[in-house]
Design a protein around this ligand. Structure first.
Ligand SMILES: O=C([O-])CC(=O)C(=O)O
Ligand SMILES: [Mg+2]
Length: 550
């Protein structure tokens, strides 16, 4: 195959074997070994990719500890990218919980202690004035997607500083595995603005700047320099903001949303996947979105992001915006967010309604009688037996989404949700849970995780060259995701499609996104006759090309 660099990237000999991008390991054919100067540098038996898969899968499965599995996969990623992605594509159920939530959370907590090879780009407070040069050090000239975090709120684990790099790396691995975005076009970035994590600051193995976080103009100035430089160095780029703290996430999104294709995954990706789960749940209950009463445990980026999109969906059912908002309630650390309560500001305001003071989620569920509760505040156990049983008493099919990540932060387990509702809960979680058998029936809970959404969003945007990422795109992606859930899924309690279909799911979401781009004139590219086929034709398939051809 000839690619942008010529066959095998122009590499030969030992350099080729040491390039994870082009290396095939023992799968180099005899002809390639002769043509590319690698005869003798490899053991003589030529393996097929399937045989290599057997070897790496067995090596992975010999590890009994999830962190060791993570390290095992990272090492494979570092030596043979094609094989790494083949493994992710062919075994998503087994690999996703390791390269992604929940194990990636543990890997970030231990990042400096398991560090082997660098991956991604570190842009730091020390680079002020020089960020463009740092970006130019990245070896790839064509970058289409950056996932960037400042590490301040990694999953529900709090401030992990530069150790948060695991998250952009994991998210981008899913862009490639789930939606077929070419790995060379993906750039993981940490903006290391310092950390307020005392344990890290005192840990000599912590890999980030050992200093407190920048704040105010210094902080926003660095982000501005980064975004401006990135747009110059990588024209046409899309940026995904990930795991920023609530206090900065909305500001950053608002600042850039009209300047380039960008989104915040925790606000908008999570909103879309949650809305899809609600749409699916309504197929079971036979109700309308406008009949729902939703109580959020949490009032940050995820909660208000979901609430905003749910309001739009209720308005499509004919409700006024004011009436739709009244069907969404937030509970934060101080209790129900109500009008007139001191300290209610920012994104919470539209959802602060007239009501007497309510101190706890349990009380809020008793008095408001919601049809759905959605947990996004990383308060493990927040969906107590009392809360869940009240939901079960008030609803034939209570909707219970325990979305906080990783598993240790989940509001309740799948088993608890089914047990306390006699199997009636319409349950989804942010991290994976195994199937649960109760009174002879097996329930298969699935993940309401933004990983169903963001890979397709990225593929849709880069394939269409959309200049913006809009709210309508997230609404359409939620609708397409919900439509892909089959009756067989619903019969076993699954509100999302199985992970093994995630490439197909992502292609449909990408098509939905790209369709909005063309419908709304957000791209000048000619519109393909069949957008889904067009998307599928663009998806990277991790198989070895023949380097002797072309
Ligand atoms: O990464 C995940 O699993 C989902 C997510 O964005 C978060 O929890 O912050
Ligand atoms: Mg996130």
């Amino acid at each position: 195959m000839t690619d942008k660099h010529g066959a095998a990237g122009g590499l030969r000999g030992i350099d080729l074997l040491r390039s994870p991008e082009y290396n095939k390991g023992t799968a180099f054919s005899d002809a390639e070994r002769d043509a590319l100067g690698i005869r003798g540098l490899l053991p003589p038996y030529v393996c097929t990719q399937d045989q290599q898969m057997d070897r790496v899968l067995a090596s992975f499965r010999r590890k009994t500890d999830d962190l060791e599995k993570f390290i095992n996969l990272a090492a494979l990623h570092d030596r043979n990218e094609t094989l790494f992605f083949r493994l992710l594509v062919d075994h998503p159920d087994e690999m996703t919980p390791i390269v992604y939530t929940p194990t990636v959370g543990l890997a970030c907590q231990k990042f400096g202690h398991i560090f082997q090879r660098p991956r991604g780009l570190y842009v730091t407070a020390k680079d002020k004035g020089n960020i463009k040069k740092v970006l130019q050090n990245w070896p790839e000239k064509k970058v289409s997607i950056i996932v960037v975090t400042d590490g301040e709120r990694i999953l529900g684990l709090g401030d992990l500083g530069a150790s948060g790099m695991g998250i952009p790396v994991g998210k981008l691995a899913l862009y490639t595995a789930c939606a077929g975005v070419h790995p060379s076009e993906c750039l993981p970035v940490v903006l290391d603005v310092g950390t307020n994590n005392e344990a890290f600051l005192n840990d000599p193995l912590y890999i980030g700047l050992h200093q407190k976080r920048l704040t105010g103009d210094d902080y926003y100035g660095l982000i501005e320099e980064f975004v401006t430089a990135a747009m110059e160095v990588f024209p046409g780029l899309m940026i995904q903001f990930e795991d920023f703290a609530n206090h900065s996430a909305f500001k950053v999104l608002q600042k850039y949303i009209d300047r380039l294709p960008t989104f915040n995954d925790d606000i908008q990706g999570t909103a879309a996947v949650s809305l899809a789960g609600l749409f699916t749940a309504l197929r079971v209950t036979g109700q309308k979105m406008s009949e729902q009463m939703i109580v959020f445990q949490g009032a940050g980026s995820a909660a208000t992001g979901i609430a905003k999109l749910a309001v739009l969906a209720m308005m499509q059912d004919g409700l006024s915006e004011a009436d739709a908002r009244k069907r969404c309630w937030l509970v934060d650390s101080k209790g129900l967010v109500v009008k007139g309560r001191a300290d209610v500001a920012g994104e919470k305001v539209p959802f602060a309604h007239e009501h007497a003071e309510v101190k706890t989620l349990a009380e809020a569920v008793r008095v408001l009688k919601p049809t759905a509760i959605i947990g996004v505040a990383a308060q493990p156990g927040a969906f107590s037996e009392e809360v869940v049983r009240t939901m079960a008493a008030n609803n034939k099919r209570p909707i219970i989404f325990a979305l906080s990540n990783p598993t240790s932060k989940c509001e309740c387990t799948a088993e608890q949700a089914y047990k306390w509702t006699d199997g009636r809960a319409l349950f989804a979680s942010g991290s994976p849970f195994d199937p649960v058998t109760l009174n002879g029936k097996t329930y298969v809970p699935r993940q309401g995780n933004n990983s169903y959404i963001f890979p397709g969003v990225g593929m849709g945007v880069i394939a269409s060259h959309s200049s913006r990422i809009t709210e309508e795109m997230f609404m359409q992606s939620a609708k397409s995701l919900a439509e892909l859930v089959t009756q067989a899924d619903l019969d076993q309690g699954s509100l999302y499609p199985p992970l093994k279909t995630v490439r197909d799911v992502s292609s449909h979401i990408a098509a939905a996104i790209a369709k909005v781009a063309w419908d709304r004139g957000l791209t000048k590219d000619p519109r393909p006759a069949d957008i889904l086929a067009f998307i599928k034709s663009k998806m990277y398939d991790p198989r070895y090309p023949d380097y002797t051809k072309g």
